[in-house]
Design a protein around this ligand. Structure first.
Ligand SMILES: [Zn+2]
Ligand SMILES: [Zn+2]
Length: 397
């Protein structure tokens, strides 16, 4: 049956490309996805798959074999695009000004639709249920959590969940190859804000002011000591101050400076430890320099942790579809984040990477106005979803 899912998916390749291109034309950003949701719902309707729209916003949950007994296998695809003006020159460009599918989520939806179609057409032979989870706002502010809060993983309860990312996030995953990692493979995606208050005044008379620029400079440097001196050296961690705003004129010492940054960790323990220390350190420095500091830390997406046992199982299925030599073990995490992490906190499962870089000079990174992918690998994503769902439900019936 795995072999026949592979053949059926290969046979759907043209359809997958057509869906992806149609979705590529109507990119929508964050939570505001009316056209995208309508498109997905229409395709599900044509396939005769019962579904619920408006889940946690524009999210959609569809269930194949809803009436059947057995376990429930979840398949998740993100739906959102980015606020980027497209410059690809493709014959099917974005029709929405200032928005573009520059991360490949158009392909994710298409591949998931393909799997839904194959599973629905073969539902008699599938010993359990498959739940399709179409999710908004992966690029921010996050759509997985609102869907979960709206019951996306309940009734029927999802036993395992799987998702994927196409493109070239991991350089070790070549074109058409499948990357799978065990355990924590992506970082948390947190942010923080620091408001540093001093006492403004004349640039020529610093002695009667409290200079928040000096304080902010010290804090920015000291934050890196949290990484070098307080983080466990064997656990990855990044702190980046990406915004440093203060001042209005060359000869004025300002009242305040605002810093914003991101913090990324793979270990939840290190995340908890360092996140608290950012505020303590910043406040301590500000006060010792006669200023003060307000600290705000936003715990965003958690680290993405795959289930090792399920990931191993998935590798076995993937080897039958793409060949053993094309299944790549991801042994080094990326500090990028993914809100699939929320689904994987609720149910065991995995998140795999389908290598699809455009060859040679045409290769632009994710989130670039010229980003594109090699569509010829898309049948693999569909086959991997459908065959793993079938196979796991059969083995766990
Ligand atoms: Zn992205
Ligand atoms: Zn993405």
């Amino acid at each position: 049956m795995i072999e026949s899912f592979k053949e059926m998916a290969e046979g759907m390749q043209d359809q997958l490309v057509a869906w992806r291109r149609e979705l590529h034309k109507i990119p929508e950003v964050a939570h505001d996805l009316p056209k995208t949701a309508e498109y997905i719902a229409k395709r599900l309707e044509e396939m005769g798959i019962p579904h619920r729209t408006g889940v946690g916003g524009y999210g959609i949950v569809a269930v194949i074999n809803a009436e059947k007994e057995g376990k429930t296998f979840g398949i998740r695809a993100d739906m959102d695009a980015l606020a980027i003006e497209e410059e690809t020159g493709l014959p099917f460009p974005s029709e929405h000004k200032g928005a573009m599918h520059a991360c490949g989520h158009d392909a994710h939806m298409s591949m998931a639709l393909g799997a839904a179609k194959l599973l629905q057409e073969n539902r008699e032979s599938i010993p359990g249920r498959v739940k399709m989870l179409f999710q908004p706002a992966e690029e921010g502010p996050g759509g997985a959590k609102p869907m979960i809060d709206d019951g996306a993983l309940k009734d029927p309860d999802v036993d395992v969940v799987i998702g994927q990312h196409i493109g070239h996030i991991f350089k070790t995953v070549g074109n058409g190859q499948v990357g799978v990692g065990k355990g924590a493979i992506m970082a948390c995606l947190d942010s923080f804000k620091l408001q540093i208050h001093g006492k403004g005044g004349h640039g020529a008379m610093p002695d009667i002011t409290v200079d928040p620029i000096m304080i902010a400079t010290q804090i920015t440097q000291a934050l890196q000591t949290l990484i070098s001196r307080e983080r466990k050296p064997t656990q990855p961690g990044v702190i980046t101050v990406g915004k440093f705003h203060g001042g209005t004129a060359y000869n004025i010492i300002p009242e305040k400076v605002e810093l914003e940054g991101t913090a990324r960790f793979i270990s939840e323990e290190v995340r908890q430890q360092i996140s608290k220390r950012i505020g303590e350190l910043a406040k301590g420095i500000a006060e010792s320099m006669r200023g003060s500091c307000e600290f705000e830390y936003v715990y965003g997406y958690p680290p993405l942790v795959t289930d090792s046992e399920f990931s191993e199982y998935f590798k076995g299925v993937a080897a039958q579809i793409v060949g053993d030599e094309n299944v790549v073990e991801i042994d080094e995490p990326t500090m990028g984040g993914e809100d699939m992490a929320f689904f994987l906190k609720e149910a065991p499962g995995t998140f795999f990477f389908l290598g699809s870089p455009k060859a040679g000079e045409d290769m632009y990174p994710h989130h670039h106005p010229k980003f594109d992918l090699d569509e010829s690998v898309m049948w693999k994503g569909t086959a991997l979803f459908a065959a793993t769902a079938y196979s796991w439900l059969k083995d766990n019936a």
